[in-house]
Design a protein around this ligand. Structure first.
Ligand SMILES: [Zn+2]
Length: 185
């Protein structure tokens, strides 16, 4: 087939850089297409479209900080699970697994869920973060109770102590409160 753009080169099926849009953003990705040997003009056939769309969605997912189709399939394979078993493991429909691996973009909460269920280091960091949140909430609760009892540190009013806790963080204020108690003792 002679190139329709330059009328000189021949169109050959191969790999080239294709520019495409995904969710309103423009990306350049590698894809299969008929490419002119002389001018580089390319045509993407319908049969090559699914791969192009997947590569465009992966470019979009990378930019958004989401797992790519390869990363999701990689997680599934590293756990030794079929798409059906992986769907059961994540408590989603198998259509979601197929869609994510073929180029459909998972929403942010699904992305988080996949990481928590498939990445041990990510899950451990999350567990540590939840523990920290509980500790901070407990500190805050105890701290507020102390202020309610007017045991404010260093002669502060309750309002000043609460304002300071927002500026310094509950942890630092709690340390100050403890020092205050020692001072009063
Ligand atoms: Zn050409």
């Amino acid at each position: 087939m002679t190139c329709v753009a330059c009328d000189k080169g021949r169109m050959k099926h191969g790999r080239t850089t294709v520019e495409g849009r995904y969710r309103g953003r423009v990306y350049k990705v590698q894809a299969s297409a008929h490419v002119c040997s002389k001018c580089g003009y390319y045509l993407v056939e319908a049969s090559d479209t699914p791969e192009l769309m997947r590569n465009l969605s992966d470019a979009y997912r990378s930019e958004m900080g989401l797992l790519t189709s390869d990363q999701i399939r990689g997680y599934r394979e590293s756990l030794g699970l079929s798409q059906q078993r992986f769907a059961e493991y994540l408590k989603v429909g198998i259509a979601s697994i197929k869609r994510w691996e073929l180029g459909g973009v998972q929403d942010a909460s699904s992305d988080e869920h996949i990481r928590l269920k498939c990445d041990a280091a990510y899950a451990a960091a999350n567990a540590a973060s939840v523990k920290r949140l509980h500790e901070e909430a407990t500190d805050l609760r105890v701290f507020k109770e102390q202020i309610r009892l007017r045991h404010t540190p260093m002669g502060m009013t309750a309002d000043t102590a609460l304002e300071a806790s927002e500026l310094l963080g509950v942890r630092a204020m709690w340390a100050a409160v403890s020092r205050g108690f020692e001072h009063y003792a």
